[in-house]
Design a protein around this ligand. Structure first.
Ligand code: FES
Length: 381
């Protein structure tokens, strides 16, 4: 096995346990924190066909994949979603739909259930219609609320995913109250990661540490109140942690993303790193890409790590952090992740935090994913 000569101990024993299949970059929303590439529109006409996606599913299953997320963009925009879910079910893959909820009619939900969909992750941003609609750049709030109701009505296990940033961090209390009322068992408050669109809007989106701590305290009060009925995750941004996150559980360890045009990557953001050789499932087998391609081998394991990571006692826990973030913040994906306080590049993260901590008011409008639309009304610090 190619992994052996890289000195690895992969949790998945060399298998891509978790697949992230980005069926399309198309989306009816215009979120300013979207993690799709800035040039997503360039890939619009290159989406894999139904037959090509089925081949990806077969190949991934043969490699040992167990579960997958159909994601995007908005995966509901693919008319063949039910067909792909059914195929995944037939070959023994556990399917999760990661959706904004826009377009999730009751009819479609029932069709997906009949096809074998097992789990849904629904993203919501706020309990207030005006705030949600302004944030996502579309009339979406009512549709999202209805999608949540339908998902519960039809008995799907679900995670309510709330991307957290400055403009909605004050919504944590109201969101939990609403979700608990609806009987949602898992709520994830995910402080956003600053790549692509979110990085462009970072100074406007980043909450202060005090706001993060306050929101965490609200979550803890609800945890006490709700007990085992509801599990609430609250992910602290690594900018404030002083330690890097174990991104993807290590590069090329258990995670495999396939982009709409068939490019297979160790994470959804890898295309931000220049100089890497990206391969498409249209040209190469998924098995070769996973095991042999220079892209997946580049930062796999811990043998390649620079100092101070290579002599760090935590390298087997965090695998050196996030390559994409490191490139975006330092210009070299091979540096030590600047989120780590031991990194010689930690200053760039400290500076971003300091800028945010000092800002009294937001200065700039948020840049929307697709255009230069402006939202300004709820930006007081
Ligand atoms: Fe690419 Fe972290 S997002 S390695």
């Amino acid at each position: 096995m190619p992994n052996e000569n890289q000195g690895l101990s992969l949790d998945g024993q060399g298998k891509p346990l978790w697949l992230s299949l980005e069926l399309t970059y198309r989306c009816p929303l215009k979120c300013s924190w979207c993690n799709n590439p800035l040039d997503f529109a360039d890939y619009g006409s290159q989406e894999l066909s139904t037959a090509e996606w089925k081949q990806v599913l077969d190949d991934a299953r043969a490699l040992g994949a167990l579960q997958l997320g159909f994601t995007g963009g908005e995966p509901l925009l693919r008319d063949d979603l039910e067909e792909l879910v059914a195929h995944a079910e037939r070959i023994g893959l556990y399917s999760n739909l990661i959706t904004s909820g826009i377009g999730l009619s009751e009819e479609r939900l029932l069709a997906l259930k009949a096809a074998g969909l097992k789990h849904i992750q629904l993203s919501v941003q706020s309990s207030q219609p005006g705030l949600t609609d302004a944030l996502v750049g579309a009339r979406a709030h009512a549709g999202k609320m209805e999608a949540a109701r339908l998902i519960k009505k039809h008995g799907f296990p679900m995670v309510l995913n709330v991307p957290v940033f400055k403009q909605n961090i004050g919504e944590v209390d109201a969101m939990i109250a609403w979700a608990a009322d609806l009987g949602i068992e898992y709520i994830e408050f995910a402080n956003i990661q600053y790549y692509n669109w979110a990085l462009m809007n970072r100074d406007e989106l980043m909450p202060t540490l005090a706001q993060v701590r306050e929101a965490e305290a609200v979550v803890n009060r609800w945890r006490d109140k709700l007990g085992n009925k509801t599990t609430i995750y609250f992910v602290i941004p690594d900018y404030y942690e002083g330690r890097p996150k174990a991104c993807m559980n290590g590069w090329g360890a258990i995670h495999l993303t396939v982009a709409p045009d068939g490019v297979a990557m160790p994470c959804q953001e890898a295309r931000v790193i220049p100089g890497l050789q990206f391969e498409s499932v249209r040209d190469k087998s998924l098995g070769w890409i996973w095991h042999e391609s220079p892209l997946f081998r580049k930062y796999r394991g811990v043998d390649w790590l620079p100092e101070p990571c290579s002599s760090c006692s935590e390298k087997d826990k965090d695998f050196g952090g996030c390559r994409c973030q490191t490139f975006l913040l330092t210009g070299d994906a091979g540096h030590a992740d600047p989120a780590c306080s031991r990194s010689p590049h930690h200053g760039v993260v400290q500076q971003a935090v300091a800028v945010r901590e000092q800002a009294v008011r937001f200065q700039k409008p948020l840049i929307k994913r697709s255009a230069q639309a402006v939202i300004t009304d709820f930006m007081d610090a």
